[in-house]
Ligand binder design. Structure first.
Ligand code: 5BU
Length: 272
């Protein structure tokens, strides 16, 4: 199944932009380039937040929605029966369905510890993740330490510029400081986790969690935007959807719905 190619939106996007393919050509980070090209060719800007807790559920979910996504976002430490075979199977599926794997580890410690968390331990994230999320809260040292490690393992960093949860303590000044830090590590930063597009630099990918078609939020502070609103009003390049898809009666059909909504909104941004 392919999504409709013609945009149907009448809302003018807040951020006119280049196409994914044009942006891929200017990316300094190779994972950002891979992701933009994949989004262009596969015609999807949908990422799945696969917050299920067993190997079987995770692989079944990936088989159901793999054809619709550009990125699988994981929390590997919530899997109760993790083993190396899971990583092997996920990498196989990443190739089969063509998507990147992001470990949403949110590294936030001092640089030395973050590198150990990235490269060591039972999950050995560096050996399989295409992208990892990173808090810049610890200061420049975390990026100075993680950047060479990411380069060595061909992994891109997504820096948290915002959070989607109500009452998040991130201020505008903090966000701007994160964007400035990214510029110092252009070859290893693939983009940002955002609530509002933070940079008009075409080489960074703005990834937006907190997207749901039918809900405004949850009981723990999560806040949702619709795919259209995320892309057209808040400048998302990638929409990240978890419960909206994996809690649906038919996750594959729902993933297709989100894929269409997200990609049509993207096509609308190209008209302006
Ligand atoms: P949901 O089920 O669509 O609410 O899941 C959202 C996912 O995105 C979940 O894995 C969170 O850990 C992740 N997330 C988020 O919701 N908000 C943020 O600011 C960041 C990550 Br950073």
């Amino acid at each position: 199944m392919q999504p409709e190619k013609q945009p149907t939106h009448t809302i003018a996007p807040k951020h006119a932009q280049l196409s994914y393919a044009e942006r891929a050509a200017v990316c300094a980070n190779s994972r950002a380039r891979d992701l933009l090209l994949l989004m262009h060719e596969k015609q999807t800007n949908l990422a799945l937040a696969a917050d299920v807790t067993t190997k079987q559920e995770l692989l079944a979910l990936v088989d159901a929605v793999g054809e619709h996504i550009c990125m699988l976002k994981m929390h590997i430490d919530i899997i109760t029966d993790f083993d190396q075979d899971l990583i092997h199977q996920l990498r196989q599926r990443a190739k089969q369905y063509r998507f990147l794997i992001c470990e949403d580890r949110k590294f936030a410690d001092i640089g030395n510890t973050s590198v150990l968390q990235f490269t060591c331990g039972m999950y050995c994230i560096a050996s399989w993740a295409d992208l990892v999320t990173v808090h810049a809260i610890a200061g420049a040292g975390i990026l100075q330490a993680l950047s060479p490690a990411c380069k060595e393992h061909e992994c891109g960093m997504l820096l948290l510029a915002h959070m989607s949860s109500r009452g998040a303590l991130i201020t505008d000044a903090y966000t701007q400081a994160v964007v400035a830090m990214a510029r110092e590590h252009a070859t290893t930063v693939a983009g940002f986790i955002v609530r509002d597009r933070v940079s008009d630099d075409a080489s960074y990918i703005n990834c937006m969690p907190g997207v749901h078609l039918a809900s405004k939020g949850d009981a723990c502070g999560q806040q949702y935007l619709t795919p259209e609103c995320a892309v057209l009003e808040h400048g998302a390049d990638v929409i990240i959807v978890g419960r909206g898809i994996y809690q649906a009666a038919d996750p594959a059909a729902m993933a297709y719905t989100y894929r269409q909504a997200g990609f049509e909104a993207y096509l609308t941004t190209l008209l302006y």
